[in-house]
Write a protein that binds this ligand. Structure first.
Ligand SMILES: [Zn+2]
Length: 149
């Protein structure tokens, strides 16, 4: 759901809830939109912050601190980058850094020769491919400069 602030020809401002921007356009085109105060169907969308309803909040929830203020007004690419960065932080905090020992440690864990745990470290492409060939579950991901230590 998305909320649009709407303004009628008489200057009444109200909110309209729509399934999508296309839904709004369709309703407006068929003159299904009407001001709740005066009934005017001359309704325009007011440029303002569009809010996304993620299903948890009632439409008229009291205004308080937004749950995800850092996502407001950002493009999807920026949000994806932010989520990736958070995931990476999580990963780096919860795994043990074994550095260049990674391929050897990954093998030991896989074959039960040491305690099973989350590890991270470096491996060359060849080493990575060998681990994959052996059926050892490893994931390769790029770490931005400054994240790895
Ligand atoms: Zn009106």
């Amino acid at each position: 759901m998305i909320v649009f602030d709407l303004l009628c020809a008489q200057g009444h401002r109200f909110e309209g809830w729509f399934g999508s921007a296309a839904d709004y356009a369709s309703q407006k085109k068929r003159q299904l939109l009407a001001c709740p105060t005066c009934g005017s169907s001359h309704v325009e969308r007011v440029p303002s912050a569009t809010r996304a309803n993620l299903g948890a909040e009632a439409p008229k929830a009291p205004t308080g601190p937004a749950k995800t203020p850092d996502m407001e007004g950002k493009d999807p690419f920026a949000i994806a980058q932010m989520l990736y960065s958070r995931m990476l932080d999580e990963l780096l905090t919860k795994s043990e850094d074994v550095g260049r020992e990674f391929p050897a440690e990954a093998r030991k864990i896989f074959y039960g020769e040491t305690d099973a745990r989350a590890i991270r470290g470096q491996a060359t492409s060849e080493e990575h491919d060998e681990l994959v060939d052996e059926g050892i579950p490893v994931a390769r991901f790029p770490v931005p400069p400054g994240k790895a230590n």
